[in-house]
Ligand binder design. Structure first.
Ligand SMILES: Cc1ncc(COP(=O)(O)O)c(C=O)c1O
Length: 388
């Protein structure tokens, strides 16, 4: 299928950092669910789980309220001893590490590879030598984490949880990112993600025990969800087998995720075109590079992160984009630079030299399927002017 062209706008009009691609099919699907009288988790959610499972080739997908919840469920399934050391790349969103804390562990913050900003195999190896009880990896911006990282963890007998918030649609040599050989892969359907339901997420896993745990843990540890208790003629009794979370995905949001999923291949195709155009256009600006430096055909192209030349005042660049009505963001401020993590999460034995060298040099450019070629050119023009 092809995407309908967005309404034409003047190139000088605001260029958003990320906007969801919403059309009538999304609006109709949400309206249809609203009229059924069943708004919480039910048949829409079950169908979304099946469709996602088909997309990523996983035997089990459990829809939840956010990627954060999916990470917490995956980590809770490990039943970590209090204070267990879990490696987490320092270059990530707070949720990757706070989920470890909520599961009773201590995040050990690891340095990243300068090209991909994914966790560096050397930092993982050093931390494993010192002793880790688990590892969270992040497929940053959609670029798949290096195979070596999974091999190192496997050789050390350390369980891996995949933060795939940016990686729905990414692939590595195991196939689509879906928790193959790991505890599971946690996707995000947050408003700025490549598939959105406003808020939402899912855990994909190849482990039936993790899947069974996730199904009860997402809803208070109850043996039966509301969909199975409230249907006419259903047995309303249930047991509570463990103190779970409240992290189910309502059908209203699941319906939106489903219509987004129908457009997902077309939206991803447009993302790829935009990323390739950024690569072409940015090649003309000295000292600026995208992350990673060459487009990775296996990436879900979730973010267009550029590394600015050394010594450039990033704030000045951000302000130039603001003045040109262009939205930008920063992914990420390394976790070891935040107050709580600095005080409570040790840095791994390899330190964080790469993250420290790049922390003040990255900026994320607009990237979404409704972006036009002329918008990309305008973004690059403003970047070049701000650096001149
Ligand atoms: C790398 C990463 N992990 C986890 C999350 C959390 O996702 P959610 O908002 O769905 O909980 C995000 C959200 O931006 C993220 O970027």
């Amino acid at each position: 299928m092809s995407l309908a062209q967005p309404e034409p706008v003047e190139v000088a009009a605001p260029i958003a950092f990320a906007v969801p691609f919403i059309d009538d099919t999304d609006v109709e699907a949400v309206g249809r669910v609203l009229r059924t009288g069943w708004l919480s988790t039910g048949s829409e959610c079950e169908q979304l789980e099946q469709e996602l499972a088909e997309l990523v080739g996983a035997p089990h997908v459990v829809a939840v309220s956010s990627c954060t919840a999916a990470l917490e469920i995956a980590l809770d399934s490990l039943h970590l001893e209090p204070g267990s050391r879990v490696g987490v790349p320092t270059w990530t969103f707070a949720a990757s590490a706070s989920a470890v804390v909520h599961a009773g562990g201590t995040p050990v913050l690891l340095d990243v590879d300068p090209d991909t900003l994914n966790v560096a195999p050397s930092a993982v190896a050093a931390a494993l030598d010192e002793g880790l009880d688990g590892l969270v990896v992040v497929h940053f911006a959609g670029t798949p984490v290096a195979r070596e990282v999974f091999d190192l963890a496997e050789a050390a007998g350390v369980a891996v949880v995949e933060d795939a918030a940016h990686a729905l649609g990414s692939e590595d040599d195991r196939g689509p990112i879906s928790g193959r050989g790991t505890v599971g892969a946690a996707y995000s359907f947050y408003a700025t993600k490549n598939l959105t339901s406003g808020e939402g997420g899912a855990l994909a896993t190849h482990d039936p025990e993790v899947a069974a745990f996730a199904r009860t843990h997402r809803l208070h540890g109850m043996s039966k969800d509301a969909w199975r208790r409230y249907r006419v003629g259903a047995d309303p009794t249930y047991d509570v087998t463990e103190p779970g979370l409240k992290a189910n995905l309502p059908d209203v949001l699941a319906a939106l995720a489903r219509t987004q999923l129908a457009k997902f291949p077309a939206m991803q195709e447009r993302r790829r075109q935009v990323v390739c155009r950024y690569h072409e256009r940015l090649a003309a600006i000295d000292g600026v590079r995208l992350v990673p430096g060459t487009p990775d055909p296996r990436s879900a192209d979730h973010l267009a992160v550029v590394v600015l030349p050394e010594g450039v005042d990033r704030q000045r660049v951000i302000e130039a984009f603001g003045a040109a009505q262009i939205g930008t963001s920063v992914h990420f401020r390394p976790l070891h630079r935040f107050t709580w993590f600095a005080a409570n999460a040790p840095v791994g034995p390899a330190g964080t030299p790469v993250a420290d060298a790049l922390a003040d040099r990255v900026i994320s450019l607009p990237l979404h399927p409704a972006l036009r070629d002329a918008d990309v050119d305008r973004v690059v023009e403003v970047l070049a002017e701000s650096l001149a």
